[in-house]
Design a protein around this ligand. Structure first.
Ligand code: ZN
Length: 281
């Protein structure tokens, strides 16, 4: 079992800062990552490697690169480390983000449960994120099942209190390893299993369908443009009969596109729901 730990943010843009110790997400989680590596030594067959995001590549480039590295290493699962922040000092609790695939969901549920048990903070639950959402790219970029953890709010007194000593931090590291170990049976071991993610496959299919629909809208707009151009060079008469219909084509195609998008969103939700069910079995 190869577990890749990805430290959130980077050395230049370090993420949120917890006011009690002045530590950024990057600094605090670099320490947590080492503790996870240490704790995993007690688990036979467990291999942990820490990965850092490289600054200066732009957000997408940064995420793509680090998850390419975890792929190259052959990770069976990836966990990206963060902590939460809010302008509301009362916002508190533990949450874990999942891509919604069966394996990512199993991993998220197990790790979240262990973190809640050890921190004693409110269980904000496991949240499914799509590629467009905040943190979503981290869940979709690598081949291995991925989660992103937000164990506490650095801006909350409760969150600070639950994580402000070495022993509490070590307990959190151990809880994360325990959660990963508990979901190990749900983790894919082979390339074929890794690629067998319904939600991801469907998302890719949907993207192609949207592109296809957008292309047909563009073609239609182009067609009406052509009609104007033809008009200018005196050929309008030849297609004159078609012009009254052309102005209707664009709104009709747009309506069709909207409908297709809606259907696909529903299909994605259903595919996710199936994956949830599989993950829970
Ligand atoms: Zn963060």
């Amino acid at each position: 079992m190869k577990l890749a730990i990805v430290v959130g943010h980077n050395s230049e843009k370090q993420g949120a800062v917890r006011p009690d110790t002045g530590e950024s997400e990057f600094v605090w989680n670099s320490g947590l990552a080492k503790m996870i590596e240490q704790q995993a030594r007690d688990y036979p067959g467990f291999e942990v490697k820490i990965f850092y995001r490289q600054p200066g590549l732009g957000y997408r480039g940064e995420i793509r690169r680090v998850y390419e590295e975890t792929d190259r290493w052959g990770a069976n699962a990836t966990v990206e480390l963060h902590f939460n922040a809010s302008s509301n000092p009362n916002a508190s609790g533990t949450e874990t983000l999942t891509s919604g695939t069966a394996a990512s969901m199993a991993l998220a549920l197990a790790v979240n449960q262990e973190m809640v048990a050890v921190l004693g903070l409110k269980d904000r639950g496991v949240k499914t994120r799509s590629a467009r959402d905040r943190g979503g790219a981290s869940l979709m970029s690598g081949r291995a099942p991925a989660i992103l953890i937000e164990p506490f709010f650095g801006t909350s007194k409760r969150g600070q209190c639950a994580t402000n000593s070495l022993s509490k931090k070590e307990a959190l590291a151990e809880a994360i390893v325990r959660g990963v170990a508990a979901s190990m049976n749900a983790m894919p071991r082979t390339e074929a299993q890794m690629a067998d993610s319904r939600t991801l496959r469907h998302t890719k299919g949907q993207r192609q369908k949207i592109l296809g629909a957008a292309a047909s809208v563009a073609a239609t707009v182009g067609l009406s443009g052509d009609a104007t151009a033809l008009d200018a060079i005196g050929l309008a008469d030849q297609i004159g009969a078609a012009l009254p219909y052309l102005k209707w084509i664009v709104p009709i195609v747009l309506l069709g596109l909207l409908f297709a998008l809606r259907m696909d969103t529903q299909a994605i939700e259903e595919a996710r729901w199936d994956d949830h069910e599989n993950g829970l079995r």
